[in-house]
Write a protein that binds this ligand. Structure first.
Ligand SMILES: [Cu+2]
Length: 118
């Protein structure tokens, strides 16, 4: 009976550990523009993560429009804070930023946030 209980406990501990280690590098902690923000046309995006990452892809998708793929500096070292030039003036409207990043351990993370240009 005790053995079963210990097995259950270690199973729970393992699940918690896995959840924490996944969370450790899957979080975009903040961005500029912030998610849901209404802003003047941004000249650059800032993405901040909970751990060092390298960006693999960032695109800005106008609602109902063609994605704008941003040019990334491939030689940039892994960092928690990434700044990406937008490269063109965004027209007023709503946009979704889709990002893909690679964590130090090689795991790929993806996510998105939205903002609108006034
Ligand atoms: Cu990982």
């Amino acid at each position: 009976m005790i053995r079963v209980f210990v097995a259950i406990l270690s199973g729970v501990a393992l699940a918690v550990t896995l959840t924490l280690s996944a969370a450790a590098h899957t979080t975009l902690t903040s961005s500029v523009p912030a998610d849901g923000a209404e802003v003047a046309p941004p000249e650059e995006l800032m993405l901040e993560f909970g751990a060092d990452v390298k960006l693999a892809r960032v695109q800005i998708v106008p609602i109902g429009g063609k994605p704008i793929r941003l040019k990334l500096d491939r030689s940039a070292p892994a960092s928690t804070k990434m700044v990406v030039p937008v490269g063109e003036a965004l027209a007023p409207g709503a946009y979704v930023v889709e990002w893909r990043a690679v964590a130090d351990d090689g795991h790929i993370m993806t996510g998105e946030f939205g903002f609108s240009v006034r």
